[in-house]
Design a protein around this ligand. Sequence first.
Ligand SMILES: [Fe+2]
Length: 415
Amino acid sequence: MDPDTLDTIGRYDFEGQVLSPTMTAHPKFDPKTGEMICYGYEVSWLLNPFVWSHLLTVHQAGGDGNDGSRDIVVYTIDASGLKTEECWYKAPFCGIIHDCGVSDNWVVLPMTPLKCDPERLKKGENHWAWDPNEDQWYGLVPRRKGKPEDIRWFRSKNAFQGHTVSCYETPDGEVVFDLTIADGNVFFWWPSVDTPAGTVAKRNKLHNSTTRWIFDPQAPNNSWVDPVEERTEFSGEFSRIDDRFTTYKYNHYWQAIIDGSKPYDFKNADRQPAASSTRWGILPGTTQRPRRFGRVHEPAFIPRAGSKEEGDGYLVALLNHLDVLRNDVCIFDARNIAQGPVAVIHLPFKLRLGLHGNFVEQSEIETWREKRSRELGPVEPAKESLNATDETDESLNISVNGEGGKGANFLLFCV
Ligand SMILES: [Fe+2]
């Protein structure tokens, strides 16, 4: 994607270094090293014509990342765009791994009990099905020099893992992982396999708690874990931190919350007159929220120029006006959101709901552009479609629109 015009250029495979047919929409960036850690799942490389075309320089028919494979691949890309780590692991089943956590030495892969069964695929049924009897799983893999046998799984009671808050290590090497978790199937359009045919899919009434997990990398495989802390007073999602503190112990995060006790406001076409973006620390915590603020999308954090203090900066979020089909861009003082936005940009049109987004400093783009031109040359879009039989590459549309069920392809930032 062109960073100035936002024009789509094409699919990016890191100049042929990343051959996975699927890729998370939630890579993590290590502020200490500048590395990007990312992964794909349902990535049967043995059946993948794209991989084979590179290995054998010919195209072969086969899978394309939609085959129920239990394979997971985890990559590290350095600040120049060079792949430095790649390891392929096996999951106990093909389940959705939507987001991840990254600490100095580990990657946490939360696997939700939404399963793909190759036999069901052959019958033309839903790709994914909720399994109410399956545990939630957490895969822990080393960030460096990982081997397939290194993956360690932890299990807990059935629930639906949402987006990551953050992840870091304690001084004694345990991995702290914070994320929101729903108490049922968020993706109601993929019900369990025993749902009677013809049943109309209905949205589930759910509560999203914010949970803290601690994983001991030395624990035996398949160890049972329970959250060490579970905050249930808000039902929230789309948590964000000050990204400069990824892998660090942190004190602040911001989260969009829903107050399910409030009736739907038909006049203003909004469910929660009081719903808001909020800020609260997990341990210890204070909570703030703007009073009587409308429904907001996922926020993003913008550091204050020159400041290095955690949370010192601005929070930017889209505010919905569903009654008049319009959005505002609202900018808050991130550590004082209770006072309401310090600036509002009135957009004359409506944007999609629930879009993820990131803030990037112009200077970062320019530094990277210069580094590329000096060391590796300009970035190039992938030379061929991921799916040899479909040159339109529908997967690209998924990534443009945010995310699909199992993540999306990267877009190319070309300068
Ligand atoms: Fe997401």
